[in-house]
Design a protein around this ligand. Sequence first.
Ligand code: ATP
Ligand code: MG
Ligand code: MG
Ligand code: MG
Length: 562
Amino acid sequence: MYFSKLFAPTLREVPAEAEVISHQLLVRAGFIRKSSSGVYTYLPLAQKVLMKIMNIVREEMNKADGQEVMLPIIQPAELWLESGRWYVYGKELFRLKDRHDRDFCLGPTHEEIITDLVRGDVYSYRQLPLLLYQIQNKYRDERRPRFGLMRGREFIMKDLYSFDKDEAGLDVSYKKMYDAYTAVFSRCGLNFRPVEADSGVIGGSTTHEFMVIAESGEAQIVYCPECSYAANVEIAPCKPSENPQDIPKNREKVATPGQTTIEQVTGYLQIASHKLIKTLFFRADNEIIGVLVRGDRTVNEIKVQRLHPSLTMEMATPEEIRGVTGCEPGYVGPIGLKANVKIYADEEIRTLVNGVCGANEVDHHYINVVPGRDFTVTAFGDLRLIEEGETCPQCNAVLKSARGIEVGQVFKLGTKYSKALNAKFVDETGQEKLMVMGCYGIGVSRTMAAAVEQNYDADGIIWPMAIAPFQAVVVPVSVKDEEIWQASLEIYEGLLKQGIEVVIDDRNERPGVKFKDADLIGYPVRITIGKKALNEGVVEVKLRQEKEVNFVNKNDIISYIK
Ligand code: ATP
Ligand code: MG
Ligand code: MG
Ligand code: MG
């Protein structure tokens, strides 16, 4: 590729709204342009990186017996009503109507569509396990689209869905995917960690997030330097407090105007589902003074901890819930700070005490639950999250902490969707059974951004070789000098012949200008051809991640490009 022909408009200025480095550099280096909030155009350089990530993902999915399909992005509301998520998913779902006034949404995820496909065409145990995946755009009307590609409203995801005949089968599929994800992120050249994302509250681990370690990550994780234990602190078990007055480190003080503050909290009760944890906070007199909601998906299989065994509860109607919470049933929009904390006002919460105390079915919340009478809060904890310096729950070593970017997640769904959508098969004994499912997502566009967050310096991006848009750039110090230009062309064409993706900077610019652009774009290898080096039969090779230059024989360049 001649640089003069490459559509990579670089900028000197950092876009004002770009808070994180990947956003700044991807815009400056001419990889992406914003179309609207959270929606981006991928320019040729970005497209090349994305294709490389997708190919790695594709190869690993295929190796693990995944079969690629292309699924509709426009999804009918009927399926979402059937699964129960139409009302549960909340504002993140992009909804639209056709000319006949029928409801549709743009797929934020594809459990409904894939289960609908499989229930129609899979009927025997002989057809299982079945692993289907897609690499396509997803749409989520994120509350705060930000950080460029990291939290977009239109983004690229690979998602695979596994269908097995039993739990044991799901375990096998889950393990396959876990291993495939490990291979994907290793091959992308990233420093990452799989972390438990559900342990503690529910007990047992049914989901892992794959975290790229980076300062800018939105997630706080703890990990053990001695064993494999690692967890997202959001779901790691909270430690009982020695001093109930402790104010948690990474929770800021929040309150709606003139209301309850977090210091008044003396205890909590957690109600958890796979993707949503509700924590009710109590004052010393057991009055509920706050509700913390984390998570963003559907409420399912709620497990209530420490609930009095004799408790019976009524279900509130969707209307009552909307009335009380102002939110869609089963979904309380995250309000407030990073941790999605909302501390309700005293008045507000008094209404809530008689109202919401969690949910266990779509469109249903418990009502008329009174703390103390209906359940007892025996083990008070405080809000302090497990943190660095504490003891590893597995091996007693001292935990360390880091920040991470969630680039992927593997998840055991069980029969949630097969039950809702009636996806059954006939087993070896002729019995009808529900398929047991798993889902597994990789944020392809977020992975590209995460790679930049982890690999950059003051001059620009430093692409890992495996996902670099081009592996090398050839820089003639002068294009006016025929000898240098010819030698550069010869090297450039030689590399092309060997299958190397290479750019030749054919602009009539000073070497300094070319070097600046090369550093900004982040080619892993820069080959500079000057007269002096040429006379001695050597060229200057500089690796983007190293400071010093090497003079190497023209024929040895290839060994730098692996
Ligand atoms: P987050 O916690 O960051 O909101 P998520 O848990 O909602 O992500 P999943 O439903 O697990 O996301 O989707 C699978 C993957 O898709 C995520 O691990 C992430 O890499 C990617 N992803 C999710 N939301 C976005 C987004 N808004 N922009 C870019 N990538 C995203
Ligand atoms: Mg999300
Ligand atoms: Mg998440
Ligand atoms: Mg996730």
